[in-house]
Design a protein around this ligand. Structure first.
Ligand code: LMR
Length: 470
């Protein structure tokens, strides 16, 4: 018999629940039901519910596969230079030399890698006390920040107004005005806010930029949906470009090509740091390259080549633009179809927010309990009520609406929802505008592991890190 040690050095590792989004996707896949609907992870699906390789990506792959110059050598540590400038030009709209000299850009392992290296860089250089994140935010932001910036406390700024299902701009500005300090970092979603699908208007972005400028907050944009949200890469980059155009702030952007090119598994991304001077930019670039070398040596090249090839060819850009329109329009169509169906059924509550929100997700306002009941009926969405709209199609949208209708009525009849009959709103309990400290088991910073009661919407997706009072 093979001998084994009697005890393990790893016995004390707390049992974790894993990532809630992908765990739920696994549950969906394991569900033997024939009629089941997957509204979990933010991945685009076509109207047949199938993964969609963008036709433009197919074209680019063909070109690459027949190019005899393509080899599999190491790229530079910072990534493929040609891809990096294509990525930068797409984001900042072909900026002038004076901008490029101040912009330290590197290729990353998609948006997650960009957020990670950005957080690590800022943590080591600026040593911020606090990073402000929207309440709620993409659940993985918390983990990335905990790992990459362990001494920085994550605090929430209000974002979602559960009583109206709208963006709470006043709450956000008020909290940051009174509680944020010079040198704090503020994480902003460039467009298609994940999970709420609610973005600031241009006037609201101006007010946010005013505040960042006045309070000396460092803007850190997460740009995961450029072109995917509205169908126009320029419209979706408006906020980032506005901050840049003011010429008053240093800032950084994590850029992903997972959604807008459908290159999820290829992990294509970039990180851009805009410094005040070329000298500071050079220094930052050197440190970023060192961080990259120490962690991944250099990023993968295949997906980056595809993106670069497309962005450098006007014909392919036109074709990509058509693909973006296809995705954005199908999602808008599905929002409308779901809304129309719920209206037709007379489902209790107000569902207009489904059509008002944009991008991949709808924050439906359904409660944890209701989401649990949906799952029993084989419709899967996150416990926070976030639904990935691209999982809807002409065949299943009626089913989803019917199931939501049944569940809303059941829970209402059981008197478990709010007394005035509004089922999608504050009374669901897990939606809160409250600002608070995000607690995480991974963050050694004492403030972050305070065991204080705090209700936070996306905490239900973050059970692994937070004690939830929901
Ligand atoms: C999501 O939020 O579902 C997507 O961005 C996928 C992911 O990595 O979490």
């Amino acid at each position: 018999m093979v001998q084994q040690p009697k005890s393990s050095l790893f016995d004390e590792i707390p049992i974790t629940e894993g990532d809630a989004i992908f765990a739920l996707m696994g549950e969906y896949q394991a569900d033997p039901a024939e009629e089941k609907v997957n509204l979990t992870a933010g991945v685009y699906r076509d109207d047949a519910g199938k993964p969609w390789v963008l036709p433009t990506v197919r074209k680019a792959e063909k070109i690459l596969s027949s190019d005899p110059r393509i080899d599999h050598e190491y790229p530079p540590i910072a990534g493929l230079p040609s891809f990096i400038s294509s990525a930068r030009d797409l984001l900042f709209s072909n900026p002038p030399e004076s901008f490029i000299n101040r912009c330290a850009s590197i290729q990353t392992i998609s948006g997650t890698g960009a957020c990670h290296i950005g957080a690590k860089f800022l943590h080591s250089v600026l040593k911020p006390k606090t990073i402000w994140v929207s309440n709620p935010t993409w659940s993985n932001h918390h983990l990335i920040l905990s790992l990459a910036a362990p001494d920085t406390t994550q605090k929430f700024y209000p974002y979602f107004d559960a009583s109206s299902n709208l963006f709470d701009c006043d709450g956000m500005l008020k909290t940051l005005e009174t509680e944020a300090s010079a040198g704090d970092i503020i994480l902003l979603h460039a467009c298609a806010h994940n999970p709420t699908g609610l973005d600031p208007t241009q006037a609201q972005w101006r007010a946010i930029a005013d505040l960042c400028e006045r309070k000396h907050l460092f803007p850190f944009f997460d740009s995961a949906y450029q072109g995917f949200a509205s169908g126009s890469p320029d419209t979706d980059a408006w906020a980032v470009r506005h901050f840049v155009s003011r010429g008053t702030m240093e800032l950084c952007v994590a850029q992903s090509f997972s959604k807008n090119f459908g290159l999820y598994g290829q992990r294509v991304g970039a990180f851009h740091l805009l410094a005040a001077t070329p000298d500071a930019c050079d220094r930052a670039y050197g440190l970023l390259a060192d961080l990259q070398r120490g962690e991944i040596s250099m990023p993968p090249i295949y997906g980056a080549r595809i993106v670069d090839l497309i962005l450098r060819d006007p014909e392919l850009v036109k074709s990509w633009q058509d693909d973006l329109t296809t995705m954005a329009e199908r999602i808008k169509g599905m929002r409308k179809a779901l809304y129309d169906e719920l209206s037709r059924l007379g489902t209790p509550g107000n569902w207009e927010h489904i059509v008002q929100q944009s991008g991949m997700f709808s924050y439906t306002g359904l409660s944890v309990e209701q989401v649990g009941k949906l799952k029993e009926k084989h419709v899967y969405m996150l416990k926070s009520g976030r639904a990935s709209i691209s999982g809807l199609n002409a065949r299943n949208v009626g089913i989803v609406a019917r199931v939501i209708d049944e569940v809303v009525r059941e829970t209402q009849a059981a008197g478990k929802e709010n007394e005035n009959g509004k089922v999608n709103g504050k009374a669901n309990g897990h939606h809160s505008n409250g600002n608070g400290v995000h607690k995480t088991g991974l963050n050694p910073n004492k403030e972050n592991v305070l065991d204080q009661p705090h209700v936070e919407p996306d905490a239900v997706e973050n059970k692994r890190f937070a004690q939830v009072d929901a």
